[in-house]
Design a protein around this ligand. Structure first.
Ligand code: GLN
Length: 268
């Protein structure tokens, strides 16, 4: 290996380092308990959110807009920072590995994302803002009411998710079939390409509300909590999110959003 090939690499690495640390905007995060630390954003006047569409009712397209519970929660943060939220739709893998945050693709990740010890090594999470469990969806009246009942059958999972991990760990004897997003996964249940699928309860309950030919046939008590991800060490933004969510829980804005997006849900 000659120095000739090494040089452009060093240049590229340096350029990347400049690119990823280059921050164009500095804002002061109000008067939080954290003592007014500064929030630095990747693009001036914007709070960029990495997410993976669709994940209804957390984030999905409605006409030309992206709407949902997570979108509204992050809007509260954007409003507090006096900037506008901009959604960056990107595969879940880059979100959950922290790669997108490290590359400066977005300021935060809000994607119905469960806080897990592995992910905590790659990014920092806000405090929990939503509870979830894994659940099973199948055709209404089908006999698939547990993972054990799916032995020798096809079980759909969404790539890179906690549902995939759960199904692989607990679904001995079932054939897991991987899908890139939840829309493809649920369409596969509807068309019979798979016998059932595992995903987060909030998303599955929303889907069966609109698709009464399917049913949520089991819930598994995985005790998951969603967190908003920031780049490791971005304490100012993490504290800003926590401050806003705490205030929204206290003054009723959180409950109003919960009612707006989970009309069929039992009271928390
Ligand atoms: N909550 C699940 C996870 O974190 C699914 C998230 C998603 O698909 N957007 O893996």
């Amino acid at each position: 290996m000659s120095a000739r090939t090494a040089l452009p690499l060093v240049t590229a690495v340096t350029a990347l380092a400049i690119l990823t640390t280059g921050c164009t905007s500095t804002k002061t995060a109000g008067s939080g308990a954290s003592g007014g630390s500064e929030v630095t954003l990747v693009a001036e006047g914007k709070l960029k959110t990495c997410t993976h569409l669709p994940y209804e009712p957390f984030q999905f397209r409605k006409g030309s807009e992206v709407v949902g519970f997570d979108v509204d929660i992050v809007d509260l943060v954007a409003k507090d920072l006096k900037v506008t939220q901009e959604i960056v739709d990107t595969p879940f893998e880059g979100i959950q590995t922290g790669e997108d945050l490290n590359a400066g693709k977005c300021d935060l990740a809000a994607a119905g994302m469960t806080i897990t010890p592995v992910r905590e090594q790659n990014l920092d999470f806000s405090g929990p803002y939503f509870d979830a469990t894994q659940a099973l969806i199948a055709k209404k009246g089908s006999p698939y009411t547990s993972l054990a009942s799916l032995k020798g059958k096809k079980l759909g999972v969404q790539q890179g998710t906690t549902g995939e991990t759960y199904a692989k760990k607990n679904g001995a004897g079932t054939e897991t079939v991987q899908f890139e997003d939840v829309a493809l996964l649920l369409a596969a249940v509807k068309t019979g390409q798979v016998d059932a699928a595992v995903n987060d309860n909030g998303v599955l309950f929303e889907y069966v509300r609109k698709n009464p030919d399917l049913a949520v046939t089991a819930e598994f008590d995985t005790g998951e909590k969603y967190g908003i991800g920031v780049r490791t060490g971005n304490t100012a933004l993490r504290k800003e999110i926590d401050k806003v969510v705490k205030a929204a829980r206290a003054d009723g804005r959180y409950d109003a959003l919960y009612k707006k997006w989970f009309p069929a849900a039992p009271k928390k």
